[in-house]
Design a protein around this ligand. Structure first.
Ligand code: GTP
Ligand code: MG
Length: 135
């Protein structure tokens, strides 16, 4: 069994899609082991997206993620990292995310793609520590 860090980003929270995201996680058979609605400070957002620090969209990404409430969750199950990435769909909601995925069903723009899921065991460990430092 494996753990992954899932975020419902501010667009998902504002649009009332938290229940939909959680519902799909649960229907898949994955388990929620932590769940929290919160605002993110700039430091955590920059740390979370550190791998994108040199990208042209980094500023607007950090700005966006800190402007509204997010839901942070730890999700657990067999191959949870890959399983949630499949539920989320590709980064670009129109050209990469398949219909039937969260982004494919609900997204239109790359920046407003509803959810985040860790992309590797190393990322998951780092992100879980960052978002849930209390353990
Ligand atoms: P996350 O689960 O959020 O990390 O998405 P991802 O792993 O599918 O994509 P990636 O890590 O490459 O990019 C992180 C986030 O940056 C994406 O989810 C998008 O919100 C945003 N992003 C990626 N590429 C672009 C881009 O070209 N333009 C803009 N505006 N945002 C982008
Ligand atoms: Mg990523």
């Amino acid at each position: 069994s494996e753990r992954t860090l899932v975020l419902v980003k501010p667009d998902g929270v504002e649009r009332g899609l938290v229940g939909e995201v959680i519902s799909r996680i649960e229907r898949k058979g994955l388990k929620l082991v932590a769940l929290d609605l919160r605002t993110v400070d700039r430091q955590v957002a920059e740390e979370h997206y550190a791998e994108h620090a040199e990208k042209p969209f980094f500023g607007s990404l950090v700005e966006f993620i800190t402007t509204g409430k997010v839901v942070a969750a730890i999700v657990e199950g067999p191959r949870a990292i890959s399983a949630f990435r499949q539920l989320a769909g590709g980064t670009d909601p129109v050209e990469k995310a398949a219909p039937g995925s969260l982004r494919g069903d609900y997204g239109l723009e790359v920046q407003y793609n509803l959810v985040h899921g860790s992309d590797s065991p190393e990322s998951a460990e780092r992100e879980i520590k960052l978002w849930f430092p209390e353990g």
